[in-house]
Design a binder for this molecule. Structure first.
Ligand SMILES: *Cc1c(COP(=O)(O)O)cnc(C)c1O
Length: 425
């Protein structure tokens, strides 16, 4: 092993990692297309797009050129009282892509901050209007990020136990499945009708971290409708679902009702640079217009509107506009659908579902399901030995590969999952 791997142990504290017991991380020295190359001469297929971010594959030449070009023009400049062309270009293009349902774009650095901004917009909207609405609604199993506001609206549990006493009050309703949909809606209506709710946040159509749990657009349309009826503001957290992950540009493109605010990050820059966007309707924006500064959204980050990240995002949009990217998204989606049809009755699986380029397979286990089930580690290690980087969520194995993946590479992923399933009794 080179000094790089040894020094990792010495100097680095990794995310979501128990450093006492974790095995050494993969020592990656090069990333290209869907492949990660390690210093010991092995390669691994990046089946989850490097934490769901990398939509065009690694080392995309077009994005690289645009980043280089931008660096030579403007690298990074302050965004308060100052503007630059790429931020404006990105804003205009995103608003058009979101079908002009939103009118303003607020910049931040990642998914969690895009959610923080959305939460602050909602709370301050009511504050500026002089109304006391303090309660928030979220879905069981929600994940919206790891900063305090984002944690507050996320599923409460072992991930954020030490901080629980610091969170604001949030009500949770059951995840809407095929059976309980109407019942959950009536709970929702009962809560909303109190008039105490400021907002309702959700991951549209797919809960990512909960295990790629898919739910119906019809249900969400009805839920948003109820929110509108009782003047509860809605936040669609599209951090994971945006940019064709679910087959359409946005997951909310499947809906006839739209949230008041949406959050974007992860695939936004093609997954190569951190950037977050919070899109708001004119109604939200107007509530912040006032003679008094204190009514403004007094929020910002040092790297707000980073020009290089904006250039990467514009380049990614160029690639998404190409016919061949659309065809790839289509091919992956159809291939997943076919897998679902073929494997629906597989006795090793308790659930097999897909939406767009996401395939989610729930393994039948004797242990109670959850993030820390041992099958998760077994599966992860098994896939690594076969040259695949697939990070299951508990007993859910899922695929959300970069769109440039070949059909053969995709088949090899299905194959290794089926092989792993066969090793289980
Ligand atoms: C990943 C994720 C976040 C948090 O984004 P970060 O960039 O990791 O802070 C928020 N919401 C959803 C739905 C996510 O999947």
């Amino acid at each position: 092993m080179s000094s790089f791997s040894e020094n990792d142990r010495k100097f680095v504290w990794h995310p979501f990692t128990q450093m006492k017991t974790a095995s050494a991380p993969l020592p990656v020295i090069r990333a290209e297309s869907v492949w990660l190359f390690t210093e010991d001469g092995k390669k691994y297929l990046d089946a989850n797009s490097s934490w769901w971010t990398n939509i065009h594959g690694h080392g995309n030449k077009y994005i690289a050129d645009k980043i280089h070009e931008q660096f030579l023009k403007i690298d990074h400049i302050i965004f308060a009282g100052v503007s630059h062309p790429k931020a404006v270009e990105l804003s205009e293009r995103i608003l058009i892509r979101a079908n002009q349902h939103y009118q303003k774009v607020f910049f931040s650095d990642n998914g969690s901050t895009s959610v923080e901004v959305a939460l602050k917009m909602v709370y301050q909207y009511w504050y500026n209007l002089g109304q006391t609405k303090k309660r928030f609604l979220a879905l069981q199993g929600a994940y919206h990020g790891d900063t305090f506001g984002a944690m507050s609206v996320g599923e409460r549990g072992y991930f954020n136990k030490p901080f629980e006493h610091l969170f604001f009050d949030v009500d949770y309703v059951d995840f809407p499945d095929d059976q309980n949909g109407e019942a959950v809606l009536s709970v929702l209506e009962k809560l909303f009708s109190t008039g105490e709710f400021a907002g309702f946040i959700f991951e549209p159509l797919v809960q990512g971290a909960a295990g790629m749990r898919i739910y119906s657009a019809e249900w969400l349309d009805k839920a948003i409708d109820l929110a509108k009826k009782y003047q509860v503001l809605t936040i669609g957290d599209e951090v994971m679902t945006g940019f064709y992950r679910t087959g359409k540009f946005l997951a909310t493109d499947y809906l006839s009702k739209k949230p008041d605010i949406i959050c974007l990050s992860k695939g936004l820059t093609g997954g190569v640079l951190p950037l977050g966007l919070t899109l708001a309707t004119q109604k939200i924006f107007d509530a912040f217009l006032h003679e008094e500064t204190t009514k403004a959204l007094l929020h910002g980050h040092s790297f707000t509107g980073n020009a290089i990240a904006c250039a990467a995002a514009c380049a990614s949009l160029d690639l998404l506009d190409q016919k061949q990217t659309q065809e790839k998204v289509d091919t992956i989606s159809k291939s997943h659908q076919q897998f679902v049809i073929e494997q629906m009755q597989n006795p090793k699986f308790s659930k097999v579902k897909s939406i767009g380029t996401i395939l989610s397979i729930e393994l039948k286990t004797k242990e109670a399901a959850g993030y820390f089930v041992s099958v998760r580690d077994q599966a992860y290690q098994y896939f690594l030995t076969k040259g695949f980087l697939i990070r299951p969520l508990g007993n859910v194995i899922f695929l959300n590969p970069p769109y440039c993946i070949s059909e053969e590479e995709l088949r090899s992923l299905y194959q290794v999952i089926l092989e792993f399933a066969e090793t289980k009794e």
